[in-house]
Ligand binder design. Structure first.
Ligand SMILES: [Fe+2]
Length: 382
């Protein structure tokens, strides 16, 4: 039976200059702005966001230092700052890691009894949020779509393994997707996050929960990404390309957060838990192998074929391989994890964890553990 669709929170703003929406329409008393590294400070976005809040009489504080692939310790640190500051609005300003960490901080701030990652992961569904604060996202990359998603990925402090959690309660109330915020992304981040967005769209398209609306969103997003990503990668100042990528990434998010993903993400999250690497990079490397494996399923094969025809090719896996080359992404995992023995030593464990990952259940067909191992090995060797 179909699940109810939720397309973003209560306010979705996008387009050049949409950041000003804070000044014109976002009212709160105390905001906490969660950021990662220095880029949003250097490019002036943080100062602008603070200025817009202050213009409305709000006080602000900043929690800095969310790392890529955030660990639960960072979530706890942020939640304890929130417990002291008592914000009525949480604003995540950054890439997927910042947005995911801030969402999880929000859960802990609202429900301090959920004080371990295990407790948060095992509480289904999550209790109601928003008694203390609303949640807002301003993405600085175009890929994860955490600004319109119900999902987070957080790494375990001890094992480093990544844990995904999805619950509609975590859908941000306000999303502001302004390409002027993402225009200072370096080229390799543009490539990796853009390919993550393409993977979201293509996995949503073949998901066994896909529906009429999610298909419209996923097809439009995927088509725009293959058109505009090479342009945004080649020239970061191409504002039309930046805006199209910001919109397409968000649109892919609207689709996948409702119908979920597939084994590309299961394997990507697992592999990066053992061998740290950019999420979008490993998603991109795995994508042609995943398309080929899933093509055993006739329904998925037909969907790939139809989409390939729409973008003027007859082989989607090969098209993705060429797109990866065009945006500087390697064709196999070996090129980023050269220690073959170390990789093969955990192959079976990675296969087992990939099967257990939450994204696997919506894949067109479910691989067995040996099939996962074979697929991951193939993507390793190339
Ligand atoms: Fe992703």
């Amino acid at each position: 039976m179909m699940r109810p669709m939720k397309l973003a929170g209560s306010e979705l703003m996008f387009g050049k200059g949409s950041l000003e929406y804070i000044k014109t329409s976002v009212y709160c008393k105390r905001a906490i702005i969660v950021i990662g590294g220095k880029s949003v400070e250097k490019n002036g976005t943080l100062a602008k966001v603070e200025e817009y809040f202050h213009a409305n009489g709000a006080q602000t504080t900043v929690f800095k230092g969310v790392e890529p692939d955030p660990h639960f310790a960072t979530v706890k640190a942020g939640a304890s700052v929130m417990a002291e500051w008592q914000p009525d609005l949480i604003c995540a300003l950054g890439g997927g890691s910042v947005m995911d960490a801030a969402k999880t901080m929000w859960v802990m701030y609202e429900h301090p009894e959920l004080d371990t990652l295990d407790k948060i992961l095992s509480t289904k569904p999550l209790p109601k949020l928003r008694a203390k604060a609303r949640f807002m996202c301003i993405p600085s990359t175009s890929g994860t779509a955490s600004e319109v998603s119900r999902s987070v990925v957080i790494s375990d402090d001890e094992t480093g393994h990544k844990h995904g959690l999805g619950d509609m309660e975590m859908m941000p109330d306000i999303a502001i997707v302004d390409p002027l915020v993402s225009c200072s992304m370096p080229a390799h981040v543009t490539a990796e996050t853009g390919m993550d967005a393409l993977t979201h769209a293509i996995e949503a398209l073949v998901s066994n929960r896909a529906n009429y609306v999610s298909n419209i969103l996923a097809i439009a997003a995927a088509k725009d990404i293959v058109t505009w990503l090479p342009k945004a990668y080649a020239d970061g100042n191409n504002m039309e390309a930046r805006e199209m990528m910001a919109n397409a990434s968000m649109t892919a998010g609207l689709a996948f957060t409702n119908v979920s993903l597939g084994i590309d993400h299961s394997m990507a999250q697992t592999i990066a838990g053992f061998f740290p690497m950019a999420h979008g990079r490993i998603c991109a490397i795995l994508l042609p192998y995943t398309i080929e494996w899933n093509s055993q399923d006739l329904r998925a094969k037909q969907i790939y074929t139809d989409f390939a025809a729409l973008i003027g090719t007859d082989n989607l896996a090969q098209y993705v391989r060429e797109l990866n080359v065009a945006v500087g992404i390697p064709n196999c995992i070996r090129k980023i994890v050269p220690d073959r023995d170390a990789f093969m030593a955990v192959l079976d464990e990675m296969a087992r964890l990939s099967l257990a990952d939450g994204c696997t259940k919506t894949n067109p067909i479910i691989p067995t553990i040996p099939q996962f191992a074979e697929l991951i090995e193939k993507a390793y060797l190339g």
